[in-house]
Write a protein that binds this ligand. Structure first.
Ligand code: HEM
Length: 537
């Protein structure tokens, strides 16, 4: 103690002015931050862009959102018209807290970011949700990813798409009857998403598990337990809480149902692996008849050996990621399509005319009609172009590398840009899809731009491109074409206006984004008017 006093006595005896101390401290912070900021800018070759206090994807950026002084994850939507006026690839460098991020709307740069070269990998932080039940095809890289994709491949077969079509058709009929629309000439739907989210959940549940999920299924079973459909809904709708809530907090009564849903779905999937495996091994003679994704996945895995075989936790991880990746994306895009068609009656008439020409009134549309209903698909694609559900393709640099950035439109050549290991790079899909380099009148809803383009063309990039493109693309388009065909044949869709509101007013109120993990549209209120059944529309 005595030694301590004598050592520090010159300091303790000094009459320190506190305000000067704070002042000096602030100066040190400013200098430190300025040096760090300059260094961060230099690491990305001073690529121009936005300078804001916090990273748009860090917790503070996410909480504060986009304002005049800060950028949040919704900046890609809010500032879509001004962000890329002078350049298609830009940087966001935070000057107070966070690391630089590179954003691009250029397809050549996009191809570099989404390549499977190993230079650009998925960021662990962003994979916590999809990885909730186990590693899977969405979250893995390199040889691991190839292993997952190989086992997943057989599940995405012609018979699955036929099943998607048939289940979508059946679910649409159930919806109309259960919602009491069958006898009505006019139906006001205040929030279209209520229907499309339930529709997509039932269809993916049916096709993933092969169970007879019903539109009217109650949230609890006859034994008073939470139903699997309800557990799926709760987990998918609340995955952000499940990731970020510490396990002790989940014991509190208000979080208990979340934990219960999570455990119940996990246990269910675990049991199902076992059930399917026993079925497959016990199956005698003929072809194994189950065609749902889960069964196909387990079956494909059983024929693998050694290091190519997936663990049970990985099988479960893959089934969950199908629910996760395939539900909200499809549900949002269906609601967006109905919103656009309601305010573009000419486009709606053209789609309906094709439906009548191909299917007529006397029968339900069949899977064989899919390829002939290209105008229905074009209406869906165009809505997805303007509101791409997967609006950010996020990667992290696995190594230091130099990317090649094309010069602005009208100028030949490219510029090299060094990017250090660990930097996040993002393909801004909203920006790509509204980039005038690729789309004439990009802000306009014009389904005709997709007429004559093959259904699975990579010219349409909302499902990404290359070998890591969406494995569920045909699943989603089959479901969408079936749903829209049945829906639009029965109903004329109009915007549901408030008292005194004009269609322009409705557009301003509704055609705007909800930015979350995926990109959706604001609540879509529509009026459905039953169509007269006669030849011609
Ligand atoms: C409108 C609906 C959909 C859209 C817009 C969409 C979009 C996308 C996009 C953009 C990616 C690439 C993500 C990235 O590279 O970071 C992706 C990947 C993926 N999607 Fe979809 N998706 C949709 C529906 C579905 C469905 C229905 C399923 C499953 C049934 C599904 C399963 C997957 C999976 C597993 C991947 C990861 C593929 C891989 O990395 O190999 N998606 N999706």
């Amino acid at each position: 103690m005595t030694i301590f006093r004598s050592f520090y006595s010159p300091i303790l005896q000094t009459n320190i002015d506190t305000s000067k101390l704070i002042y000096a401290f602030l100066i040190i912070i400013v200098i430190e931050r300025t040096v760090a900021f300059r260094k961060a800018c230099r690491t990305i070759n001073d690529l121009p862009g936005i300078r804001s206090p916090f990273s748009p994807l860090g917790p503070l950026g996410a909480i504060m959102g986009t304002t005049w002084w800060q950028t949040g994850p919704d900046m890609l939507w809010i500032r879509k018209k001004e962000l890329y006026r002078t350049q298609e690839t830009l940087s966001v460098v935070p000057w107070l807290y966070g690391s630089p991020i590179i954003y691009t709307t250029n397809m050549d740069v996009m191809k570099q970011f989404i390549s499977t070269s190993g230079l650009f990998v998925k960021a662990d932080e962003a994979m916590m949700g999809p990885n909730m039940y186990g590693q899977n095809v969405f979250t893995t890289e390199g040889a691991e990813w190839r292993k997952h994709r190989r086992v997943m491949g057989p599940a995405f077969s012609h018979s699955l798409y036929r099943m998607v079509w048939d289940e979508s058709s059946k679910t649409y009929r159930e919806m109309v009857s259960a919602e009491g629309w069958s006898e009505k000439k006019t139906v006001d739907v205040p929030v279209t998403q209520v229907a499309t989210f339930k529709f997509a959940l039932v269809v993916i549940g049916l096709c993933a598990f092969g169970f007879d999920f019903k539109w009217t299924e109650p949230p609890t079973t006859s034994e008073g337990e939470m139903s699997i459909q309800e557990a799926m809904r709760i987990v998918i709708d609340n995955f952000l809480y499940l990731i970020f809530t510490p396990s002790w907090l989940r014991l509190l009564p208000s979080f208990k149902h979340l934990q219960k849903a999570y455990d119940q779905l996990g246990q269910f999937m675990k049991n199902q692996v076992q059930v399917r495996r026993e079925e497959i091994h016990g199956y005698v003679g003929g072809e194994y008849t189950r065609k749902d994704m889960f069964s196909m996945l387990v079956q494909a895995n059983e024929s693998e050996a050694g290091k190519n075989k997936l663990e049970d936790s990985e099988l479960i991880g893959n089934v969950f990621v199908m629910l996760f990746a395939g539900h909200e994306t499809t549900a949002n895009s269906l609601a967006t399509t109905l919103a656009f068609l309601s305010i573009h009656q000419d486009a709606q008439d053209e789609v309906v005319q094709q439906i009548i020409d191909v299917v007529g009134y006397e029968r339900d549309p069949a899977f064989e009609d899919y390829s002939k209903l290209n105008k229905v698909l074009a209406a869906f694609y165009e809505a997805l172009r303007l509101f791409p559900s997967g609006f950010m393709l996020l990667r992290v640099m696995g190594e230091d590398a130099v990317i090649s950035i094309p010069n602005p439109r009208g100028q030949e050549g490219t510029q090299p840009c060094p990017i250090p290991k660990g930097t996040w790079v993002i393909v801004d899909m909203i920006g790509v899809h509204r980039n005038p380099r690729y789309f004439e009148e990009p802000e306009k809803y014009k389904p005709s731009r997709w007429h004559g383009i093959p259904n699975d063309s990579e010219q349409f990039t909302a499902f990404s491109a290359g070998s890591r493109a969406c494995i569920g693309r045909k699943f989603a388009t089959t479901e969408a074409v079936c749903f829209l065909t049945m829906f639009l044949r029965d109903w004329k869709v109009e915007p549901l206006l408030r008292a005194g509101e004009t269609v322009e007013g409705w557009k301003t109120r509704v055609v705007d984004a909800k930015v979350g993990f995926t990109l959706g549209i604001k609540d879509v209120p529509v009026r459905l008017i039953r169509r007269e059944r006669h030849s011609g529309t």
